[in-house]
Ligand binder design. Structure first.
Ligand code: Z5A
Length: 211
């Protein structure tokens, strides 16, 4: 199916404000008469959401790095096949809360999985599909962790990691942005929410001009 819509992903470490900004981006795109599908990873389909549950909850049994990354890509394969590719083919835009840059950051940076292995899986599963634009919300680790801890509810399996884990995650995200400056735009997300949202709109505008 040829791709007609645009594919936007939202990335960043712990508590950077992705969930907060998804409805804002959706409203902005709809105000520009763009039909948009909102989704997330891991998840986005019935099966992929079940895999998300397995990945985020604690387990009695240790989850190996190999199992974790293969589950991420298994969920992604379902999501691409049943949600992302059909929507793009119909001319809808897709806004996805996390995608493969998160795998580079968490499984690569955080867990130490070789980046070449992730690249191989990316090519295998995505068949050339990459986001048109990735908004990377970036805050110092301390700020993100403090924001996440202030939220109600228990910390999940990833959120329970230590500072050093999140530091490696952040470094890989920033490296990815240096490698792909045309696609990945860094948004300084420790500003006030209106300033973060102003920066988001500035980075969306060029994509609107090319539709
Ligand atoms: N994961 C992975 O390992 N590999 C993969 O390939 C993929 C994912 C796809 C689930 O992600 C986990 O899956 C994730 C990585 C892993 N684990 N972690 N960590 P998730 O996206 O569902 O969960 P999350 O990263 O934990 O998201 P989050 O902690 O919910 O963060 P957020 O959505 O970016 O933040 P938020 O909830 O919008 O904001 C946090 C708080 O800050 C909240 O109270 C806001 O009101 C506040 N906030 C937001 N913006 C501001 C500003 N500008 N100023 C002040 N306060 C603010």
């Amino acid at each position: 199916m040829p791709k007609k819509g645009k594919f936007i992903t939202l990335e960043g470490g712990e508590g950077v404000g992705k969930t907060t900004n998804v409805p804002f981006i959706k409203d902005y795109l709809q105000s520009q008469n763009i039909p948009v599908v909102i989704t997330r990873e891991p998840g986005g389909t019935g099966l992929a959401e079940k895999i998300r549950g397995l990945l985020l909850q604690g387990n009695d049994e240790e989850v190996t790095g190999h199992a974790e990354i293969l589950l991420m890509f298994a969920a992604r394969a379902q999501h691409l096949r049943h949600v992302i590719k059909p929507a793009l083919a119909q001319g809808q835009w897709v806004l996805c809360d996390r995608f493969t840059d998160a795998t580079y950051a968490y499984q690569g940076g955080g867990r130490g999985m070789p980046l070449e292995t992730i690249g191989w899986l990316e090519n295998f599963v995505q068949d050339g599909l990459r986001p048109d634009l990735t908004l990377l919300l970036d805050v110092p680790i301390e700020t993100g962790m403090a924001r996440a801890k202030n939220r109600a509810g228990q910390l999940d399996r990833f959120e329970s990691e230590e500072f050093e884990f999140f530091n490696r995650v952040r470094q890989v995200y920033l490296d990815q942005a240096r490698h792909y400056p045309g696609r990945i735009k860094i948004i300084k997300a420790d500003q006030s929410l209106p300033d973060v949202q102003k920066a988001i709109v500035e980075n969306l505008k060029p994509l609107l001009r090319w539709q």
